[in-house]
Design a binder for this molecule. Structure first.
Ligand code: EPZ
Length: 428
C-alpha cells in the first residue's frame, strides 16, 4: 500500500489549482441517468470516487466518453460525456456500492426514469453507520413501493412517481439530492422541506434545470419541483471544491507562507473563512481565486461546531482541529453531524497534539509544535489532516493507507511540492 513521506517545517509559497467539487460531480453524474440525451460535465476532478461512479454508470449501460482538459479552456478539470440511451441493467451491485456510498444516488434517477431500481444498501463506513432511511422514506412518499431484503433496496414505481410534500426530520445532503432528482420526473409538484443547502445541491439543481427540470427555491431549505415528462441533455461546469480549497488554506496557515488557490470561490466557504480569519489567517479574493497568508503572527485557538451548510462543514473538522493543535490557547471542536469522526485524534496525539475527547466534543490545547511520526489514515478527511500535521511538524512523518486520500484530493503531493513542501509518495 502506498504511503506519503513528509519532512515538515517548510512554509508553503506559490499557487495551487483547485479542482471541481467531488461532492457536486458525483450527483451530477448520477443525473445523467435521467435523460437519453448527452449530459456533458466539465471541470470534473480526477479522483478515485469519480472513476467508481463511472464504473457504476457503465454497468447500468451508460455510454461514457472521458477526455482530457476542458477544450473550452477555463477550468483545468476533465470533460465527461454521459449518454443513458441504452440502459440494460437497473441494479447497483454491492461490490461497487460498498466502495463508495454515493452510489446510492443512482436510486432516485433509475426509479424516476425506469420505474424500478435495485440498489445495494451502502452499509456503514469509518465515520458512522450512515443510514439511508431518509432516501427510502422520501421515495415512498413519492409513491414508490420499497422492500429491503438480502442487503438490497428493491424499489418499484410501475405507474411512475407522484409529487408530494416531503419534510426531512434532519438535514441530509444525499437524501435531498436523491429526492430532488426523482422529483424532476414525478407527476405534479414536489416540495422538499428542511432540504440541505450545500452549494453542491445548488449546482445539481442548476444542471437539472438546464436539462429541462422545473426547480425553484434553489439555495433555500425549501425546494419546489414541478415534474416534467422527460429531461434533455445539457453542458454543465462543476463548481470548485470548497473543501479542497479550505484544506489547502489550512495547510498554508499551518506552515506559514502565502498561497494563491486558483479557481477557488471564496463565496462558497464563508463559515471556514470566518474561522480562519478569527484564528489569525488572512484570506483575500484574488484575480484567479483566493490568496491565503499567514505572515509570521501566531494562530489563535477558535471554538468550532460543525453544522449543515451554511454552518462550518463537517468535512473540514479534522483539518481545523489539526490547525488548532498548534494555535495559542484552546479550541473546543464539536462534531454534530457524524457519530465517529474523531479517528484522527489518536494519530495527532502520536505527533504530540494535546486533545481530550468527550463524546462529540474534542478539547484541543495548542502546543509549541508537533513532531513527525508514522501515522495511519482512516478516512478521507482524517487522512488529509495528518498530511497537514506532517507539513508543520518537526522531522519526518509517514502517512500510511493513503488510498483514502486518492478519493478526494487529486495530485495532492505535486500540488504541495509545487509550493515548497518536502513531500513524496512511496509505493510498496
Ligand atoms: C454528504 O454525505 C457528503 N458526501 C459527505 O462528504 C458529507 O460529510 C455529508 O454530506 C455532510 O455534509 C457526498 O456528498 C458524496 P448526509 P451524505 O446524508 O449525503 C444522517 C466527504 O468526506 N442520515 O448529509 O451521506 C447521517 O447518518 C464525505 O466528502 C440519516 O440518518 O451525508 C448523518 O449523521 C464524507 N439517514 C447526517 O444524516 C439518511 O437517510 C448527515 O448525512 C441520510 C443521512
Amino acid at each position: 500500500m502506498d504511503r506519503i513521506r513528509i519532512r515538515g517545517g517548510r512554509p508553503l509559497n506559490g499557487r495551487i489549482a483547485i479542482g471541481g467539487a467531488k461532492n457536486a460531480a458525483l450527483p451530477l453524474m448520477a443525473a445523467g441517468l435521467l435523460t437519453d440525451e448527452t449530459l456533458c460535465l466539465r471541470n470534473l476532478p480526477d479522483l478515485a470516487d469519480i472513476h467508481t461512479m463511472l464504473q457504476l454508470l457503465s454497468q447500468h449501460g451508460v455510454a461514457v466518453e472521458l477526455n482530457g482538459g476542458d477544450p473550452a479552456g477555463g477550468a483545468t478539470g476533465r470533460v465527461v460525456r454521459l449518454r443513458a440511451d441504452d440502459i440494460h441493467n437497473l441494479t447497483a451491485p454491492y461490490d461497487i456500492v460498498r466502495k463508495m456510498r454515493a452510489s446510492v444516488l443512482v436510486l432516485g434517477p433509475l426509479l424516476a426514469r425506469f420505474g424500478q431500481a435495485t440498489v445495494s444498501l451502502p452499509g456503514g463506513c469509518a465515520i458512522g453507520t450512515r443510514p439511508v432511511d431518509l432516501h427510502i422514506k422520501g421515495l415512498a412518499r413519492l409513491g414508490a413501493e420499497i422492500d429491503l431484503d438480502d442487503g438490497y433496496i428493491r424499489a418499484r414505481a410501475p405507474k411512475g412517481l407522484t409529487g408530494a410534500v416531503i419534510r426531512f426530520p434532519l438535514v441530509s445532503v444525499g437524501a435531498t439530492e436523491n429526492l430532488l432528482m426523482a422529483a424532476t420526473l414525478a407527476r405534479g409538484e414536489t416540495v422538499l422541506e428542511n432540504a440541505a443547502r450545500e452549494p453542491e445541491i445548488g449546482d445539481l439543481a442548476a444542471c437539472l434545470n438546464a436539462m429541462g427540470a422545473r426547480i425553484t427555491g434553489i439555495g433555500t431549505d425549501m425546494l419546489r419541483v414541478t415534474g416534467v415528462d422527460r429531461l434533455h441533455g445539457a453542458d454543465h461546469g462543476v463548481l470548485p471544491d470548497r473543501i479542497e480549497t479550505a484544506t489547502y488554506a489550512m495547510a498554508a496557515a499551518m506552515t506559514g507562507g502565502s498561497v494563491e488557490l486558483t479557481g477557488a470561490d471564496m463565496g462558497l466557504m464563508e463559515a471556514a473563512v470566518g474561522v480562519l480569519s478569527e484564528a489569525g489567517v488572512s484570506l483575500a479574493a484574488s484575480e484567479h481565486g483566493l490568496t491565503v497568508t499567514r505572515n509570521g503572527a501566531g494562530l489563535s485557538g477558535v471554538d468550532v461546531t460543525t453544522q449543515p451548510y451554511p454552518g462550518f462543514p463537517t468535512d473540514l473538522q479534522a483539518q481545523v482541529m489539526t490547525l488548532m493543535t498548534v494555535a495559542d490557547g484552546a479550541a473546543m471542536i464539536t462534531e454534530t453531524i457524524f457519530e465517529n469522526r474523531f479517528m484522527h485524534v489518536p494519530e495527532l496525539a502520536r505527533m504530540g497534539a494535546d486533545i481530550q475527547v468527550k463524546g462529540p466534543v474534542a478539547m484541543v490545547r495548542g502546543v509549541a509544535g508537533l513532531s513527525g511520526a508514522p501515522v495511519m489514515a482512516t478516512d478521507l478527511r482524517a487522512s488529509v489532516s495528518l498530511i497537514l500535521a506532517g507539513l508543520a511538524a518537526e522531522g519526518e512523518t509517514t502517512v500510511n493507507r493513503v488510498y483514502h486520500l486518492d478519493r478526494g484530493y487529486a495530485d495532492l503531493v505535486s500540488k504541495l511540492a509545487g509550493c515548497g513542501a518536502e513531500i513524496e509518495r512511496i509505493g510498496d
